[in-house]
Design a protein around this ligand. Sequence first.
Ligand SMILES: *Cc1c(COP(=O)(O)O)cnc(C)c1O
Length: 244
Amino acid sequence: MTEKLSPELLERCVSIKANYEEITEKIARAAETSGRKPEQITFLAATKTVEPALINYAISLGLRHIGENRVQELLSKYEEYDLKNCDLQFIGHLQSNKVRQIVGKVSMIQSVDSVKLASEIARQSAMHHITTDVLLEVNIGSEPNKSGVPAEQLEELLESVSRLPEIRVKGLMTIPPVCDNKSDTCKFFDKMYKLFIDISGKTLDNVSMDYLSMGMSDDYEEAVLSGANMVRIGSRLFGARIYR
Ligand SMILES: *Cc1c(COP(=O)(O)O)cnc(C)c1O
């Protein structure tokens, strides 16, 4: 499969392989340190700006989950992903008017933060006769102009979404504020873990707290140590993003 790649891409494959092994190893160590098995942590690759040939190379190494951020980019790459052994998720901010373009194509939408968006996902899922898995995105740092539901409104959103039979809430996702040091980042991870555990103790229709999705290239080990069971890693795997 690598025969068709240009020398430039082949060179990137070499580093992707080394990065993949390093990340997998570090996730496994963080899992064990926090009393879990490596296979309990889901490694999702954030693939924005990455060409499908490189994504497929990572899949050939064992990657099983990829996530895109932009609807247009996802659609333009969709036919080229090798999804036999890998699932495709949506992890970016999603506008309601674009929902119909991805429902049925993605296995999970990680970025639900309003009843309006959830209702549109439910409506489109009903038209496809499917149910769609989602995570609720939490704006854990209460940052203005950032997507995600504020923690104080999470419960209300959860109750509304649990009334939509075409949606199953599978957990929570967050992108914490940018912090100067990791111990500050960890405070936000700890807050998320607490929310996750609190909600896990409740019984709500169509809600099961399977995933706590947090941690990216610079802080995925800390996230796992704080209780994340899904990390979303882009640049540490594929190298610095090249915007063309
Ligand atoms: C890009 C992105 C990531 C990964 O970012 P890196 O810092 O490159 O690992 C994770 N989550 C979301 C929602 C993203 O958009």
